[in-house]
Ligand binder design. Structure first.
Ligand SMILES: NC(=O)c1ccc[n+]([C@@H]2O[C@H](COP(=O)([O-])OP(=O)(O)OC[C@H]3O[C@@H](n4cnc5c(N)ncnc54)[C@H](O)[C@@H]3O)[C@@H](O)[C@H]2O)c1
Length: 273
């Protein structure tokens, strides 16, 4: 039985919900932190088989007080926090010519500042726990880990999702800087860079043949990912199996970043959504 306690921000839907489900199946206790209370209730009823090990706490990661309450509620429920998955994210459309200032601020506040605020609050607790032990047990007896849900857009860019692209580029650098700062404590910090994943975030694309065709032409595996295919990477990066990995982003992108040019349409005949 895995006794780790995991916080998944944005865990009420999509990739976050798939990660929460995966951590629960692996035996962890899971806190789903999301600002969408209705989706949180739906997630809890879907996960009711794990009733004693899962909680939903309403939280806006962009609000410091809300984050403070999240950490207090998690410690109240489970007594500790071993893994943080910074997954909450939004994408608002617009480039330098037309992006609304408020939309820019909101995307940065959720995707970047939110990950910082939750990390800061959780790391404080982790470091206190570590410093309360003797030196020899520090690095080995508790697999503390933070995983940031970045994107291939931390590396490549979508011009009409300027704020989103900036936020993910920042998250990538935050992953590296925090990994270096926290290495002496044995806290590992890594990121995941998904390509295109079938969630609400992509609902404008799924069902739109032309948009889907564009994605497939840029994806050597010829399909959009299922959220479970991202959850398995989160499970790995947060586990002891990844005990020597820190400061890295793993790109689960169907080969997209490796591709120059586009795929030959003839090779995409068997693509599925
Ligand atoms: N779907 C993709 O193709 C894709 C690709 C690359 C990266 N990602 C990243 O994966 C993460 C999850 O995205 P998804 O596709 O599952 O999207 P989604 O919209 O299905 O889920 C996002 C979740 O975050 C929550 N959320 C949004 N703002 C929040 C806030 N301020 N506080 C707390 N929760 C908040 C939402 O309520 C929702 O439950 C995001 O960080 C996204 O950028 C997604």
């Amino acid at each position: 039985m895995d006794h780790r306690v995991v916080i998944v921000t944005g865990g009420a839907k999509g990739i976050g919900l798939a990660c929460a489900r995966r951590f629960l199946k692996d035996g962890c206790s899971v806190v789903i932190a999301d600002h969408d209370e209705e989706a949180g209730r739906r997630a809890l009823s879907e996960l009711e088989a794990f009733n004693d090990r899962v909680r939903f706490f309403a939280c806006d990661v962009a609000e410091k007080l809300s984050v403070h309450n999240l950490v207090a509620e998690t410690l109240g429920a489970f007594g500790r926090i071993d893994v943080l998955l910074n997954n909450a994210g939004i994408a608002l459309k617009g480039g330098v010519l037309d992006l609304d200032d408020g939309d820019f601020d909101r995307v940065i506040a959720v995707n970047l500042r939110g990950a910082f605020l939750v990390s800061k609050a959780v790391v404080k607790h982790m470091v206190e726990e570590i410093e309360n032990r003797d030196d020899r047990s520090r690095l080995t007896d508790r697999p503390y880990a933070i995983v940031n849900m970045s994107s291939i857009n931390d590396e490549v860019a979508i011009p009409d999702y300027l704020a989103y692209t900036i936020s993910k580029g920042g998250l990538r650098q935050m992953t590296k800087a925090m990994a270096l700062e926290l290495a002496p404590y044995g806290i590992r910090v890594n990121g995941i860079g998904p390509g295109s994943v079938k969630t609400d975030m992509l609902k404008g694309v799924v069902g739109d043949e032309k948009a889907l065709g564009k994605i497939h032409a840029r994806t050597p595996l010829g399909r959009i990912a299922h959220p479970d295919e991202i959850a398995s990477v989160a499970a790995f990066l947060s586990s002891e199996e990844a005990s020597y990995i820190t400061g890295q982003i793993i790109y689960a992108d169907g080969g997209r970043l490796a591709l120059n040019y586009t795929m030959d349409p003839a090779d995409l005949d068997n693509t599925e959504t």
